[in-house]
Write a protein that binds this ligand. Structure first.
Ligand SMILES: Nc1nc2c([nH]c(=O)n2[C@H]2C[C@H](O)[C@@H](COP(=O)(O)OP(=O)(O)OP(=O)(O)O)O2)c(=O)[nH]1
Length: 133
């Protein structure tokens, strides 16, 4: 199965969300940036590489969330999410229609790629549990 990594990148109290462009698969759906794991590549190396390529951003991996297997009409994938940190909010937009820093509380209002929905929910639960401590 296709393996894809994605990054929930945190900067201060915001996280980065990206809208796929009109000419990509899943056009205009929102996602966490990332991409396909190459043959022989570690998932961790993949996400660091993809974020550098797509956004010119250096990230540090903080933790890994639960992978999601999702079956779209035309393909299936395993989506592997990482929570990551960056120390600058400045990125390049190279492939996406829009890229935004948003508050976690705003995450549910975006039209997510279906595979991302359980990841958004797991992340929100983590953030909320932390607030209630
Ligand atoms: N990057 C990313 N892809 C996602 C997410 N959710 C989701 O269903 N996908 C799907 C969309 C794409 O079909 C596939 C990832 O492909 P991609 O186009 O982002 O990856 P890539 O840069 O390695 O691809 P390529 O253009 O080099 O072929 O996974 C997500 O949150 N992030």
């Amino acid at each position: 199965m296709l393996r894809v990594t994605c990054a929930i990148i945190q900067y201060k109290d915001k996280v980065l969300v990206a809208q796929r462009s009109q000419n990509m698969l899943l056009p205009l759906k929102w996602e966490f940036p990332g991409g396909k794991v190459e043959k022989g590549e570690l998932d961790e190396d993949c996400i660091v590489r993809e974020i550098k390529e797509e956004l010119d951003l250096d990230i540090i991996i903080k933790s890994r969330l639960t992978s999601v297997v999702h079956h779209y009409d035309s393909f299936s994938l395993e989506l592997i999410p990482f929570i990551c940190l960056t120390d600058t909010p400045v990125f390049q937009r190279r492939e996406h229609a829009q890229i935004l820093w948003v508050e976690p509380t705003e995450l549910r209002k975006y039209d997510w790629a279906a595979a991302d929905i359980p990841i958004v929910e797991e992340y929100l639960k983590l953030v909320n549990d932390r607030i209630e401590e």
